[in-house]
Design a protein around this ligand. Structure first.
Ligand SMILES: *Cc1c(COP(=O)(O)O)cnc(C)c1O
Length: 372
């Protein structure tokens, strides 16, 4: 066996090859940083960096100069902490569950304070630790998800003793419609945040997610929090995507066959061949994050040729129509493209009636992951 065939065998070790281009993530970080300058850009690496690997992604971005990282859950912060130098701040977007405060303080993890209970618990932790503890305060500027209301902020300011032990480093809020630049809700949220920020004159603001970065300087505050744009997703729905693609997904053929007109294809026999069809069965299914909603709707690519998904997506495999390819072109073990040069993340998300975020965060664990 020569070395190239060994490599090919290794490439097919998993049920497909997921290629993650860390260089492109770094390039996207530089673009976002330039866009928000003189503000700086953090990195949102929640949900294992949108499925792409929080540790390698965060370490690459640290090299690029990023010093602020946001995860969703305390446990994600605990897992990431040892992989980053001490001068990197790790923020927990969801804040802390009761009982996690002492560990968070000891590990130097910075919670968002999203409600009065979290404020009070963090203030108590500061007393028991005997030092001031860093935190970010989230205000709800119009999403009704997390963050203190204007009234709660006023109540808090009326009792300065509560905040005495808390070293506030950021005023945070989150945009609900940042992917729609024309939506008037964006300016309304900005206005609501400015009202609150007047009461914290020197506190840096963090407001913009990926979409917010491209809404203009008024939205940038001091620290932007992009996630999806780092990973190549479009910051705004529709229109040009200014980001560099990061993810490619290729899955191998596990069988090709010719079926006569009248043959039923896949679960439920929903597709019935209306002619002689040539089919290829591929090695990934919905357990690998190929949305089941792509049945009879989506496609994969080979050699620039679109190959429509035929019938339902199974758990571990799916079938595509290869009738338009010259016979013998696609054979056992060859790889077809699910995400790549021919089919962007946005296209597959649209076909599946979802968003790029969901496609990325559901990418399966059975692929061979290749970082470049
Ligand atoms: C997920 C999230 C982000 C990142 O959003 P993108 O749209 O992926 O850029 C920023 N801030 C908060 C509070 C989030 O939940």
């Amino acid at each position: 066996m020569n070395s190239s065939s060994i490599n090919l065998t290794l490439a097919n070790d998993g049920c497909g090859v997921l290629t993650i281009d860390l260089g492109s993530i770094a390039e996207n970080y530089r673009r976002l940083s330039a866009e928000v300058s003189p503000a700086t850009a953090a990195a949102v690496v929640k949900a294992d960096a949108y499925g792409l690997g929080a540790v390698p992604v965060s370490q690459r971005l640290y090299q690029e100069g990023c010093r602020s990282f946001f995860v969703a859950h305390f446990l994600e912060a605990v897992q990431l902490r040892p992989s980053l130098p001490q001068d990197a701040s790790i923020y927990v977007l969801n804040g802390l569950q009761p009982g996690h405060e002492e560990r968070a303080a000891i590990l130097d993890i910075v919670p968002l304070l999203n409600g009065m209970e979290q404020v009070m618990a963090w203030a108590r932790a500061a007393v028991s630790q005997g030092r001031r503890l860093k935190a970010a305060l989230q205000v709800d500027s119009g999403m009704s998800r997390l963050g203190l209301s204007g009234e709660e902020i006023a109540g808090l300011l009326a009792e300065p003793a509560i905040m005495a032990g808390i070293d506030l480093s950021l005023l945070v809020s989150h945009l609900a419609c940042a992917d729609e630049p024309e939506n008037p809700a964006n300016a309304e949220q900005l206005e609501a945040l400015h009202e609150v920020s007047k009461r914290f004159p020197d506190l840096p603001i963090s407001f913009a997610n990926s979409g917010g970065v491209f809404l203009g300087g008024a939205f940038h505050g001091s620290l932007a929090r992009p996630g999806i744009a780092l990973y190549g997703g479009a910051p705004h729905a529709g229109g040009e995507n200014p980001m560099r693609p990061v993810v490619r997904l290729h899955i191998p053929v596990i069988q090709t066959r010719t079926v006569p007109a009248g043959a039923r294809v896949g679960y439920g026999g929903r597709l019935v061949a209306d002619r002689t069809m040539r089919l290829a069965t591929l090695a990934a299914g919905y357990a690998d994050g190929i949305p089941r909603s792509l049945g009879d709707r989506g496609a994969v690519y080979f050699g620039g040729q679109r190959l429509p998904i035929a019938g339902r997506v199974s758990m571990d495999s799916m079938t595509v129509d290869i009738s338009d390819l010259p016979e013998g072109t696609l054979t056992l073990g060859m790889l077809v493209e699910v995400i790549g040069d021919n089919q962007t993340l946005e296209v597959i998300a649209d076909d599946a009636d979802t968003i790029s975020y969901e496609i990325l965060t559901r990418l399966g664990r059975r692929y061979q992951r290749r970082y470049i």
